[in-house]
Design a protein around this ligand. Structure first.
Ligand code: ZN
Length: 165
């Protein structure tokens, strides 16, 4: 059993802390306290508007958004953080890139900050394919507390797994 699969790559002292929280039944309450705010992005249309608004604010010059949807089949485990697909279509002889963003449907019911985090992540991929330094700079430009949010999202997913086991 790998209870901490979402936290692969994080340092052992942190994992030990997480295990202690889980053993004391403190992880769930801690997250619920810290992330009490819900969001109202219930369907694909609202999700598109939400992503577009954030893109307009931070990444106006990047490629246009394609489809934006919640995807119930998307395995959060695999990518941990949504997927990003580049689709090239031919427009009047010119090749124009359009981007499709799929957000795992677990985020529909997740706290507001986690939806924001995953959208920031996917928007950053419009400019940077890899998870490199430039990529994370874009993320922290859009959400200064990005790294904390990503860690806490991983904790949230861990907790969800524990609850449904
Ligand atoms: Zn990514």
């Amino acid at each position: 059993m790998d209870a901490l699969k979402y936290l692969a790559g994080y340092p052992e002292p942190l994992l030990a802390q997480v295990r202690a929280l889980i053993d004391a039944d403190r992880l769930g309450p801690m997250l619920a306290e810290r992330y009490a705010e819900r969001h109202a992005v219930r369907n694909d249309g609202q999700l598109y508007d939400y992503v577009q608004a954030m893109k307009d604010r931070y990444l106006r010059k990047s490629v246009p958004l394609g489809k934006v949807v919640y995807d119930g089949k998307l395995q959060v485990v695999q990518h941990a953080l949504g997927t990003h697909t580049a689709i090239s279509r031919v427009h009047g002889g010119k090749l124009k890139a359009s981007r499709e963003i799929r957000i795992a449907s677990v985020f529909r019911d997740a706290p507001a900050e986690f939806l924001k985090m995953i959208v920031v992540h996917e928007l950053a991929h419009l400019k940077e394919t890899e998870h490199n330094k430039a990529f994370y700079q874009l993320c922290t430009h859009m959400a200064p507390d990005y790294h904390q949010l990503e860690l806490d999202l991983r904790l949230y997913l861990t907790q969800l797994d524990l609850e449904t086991r």
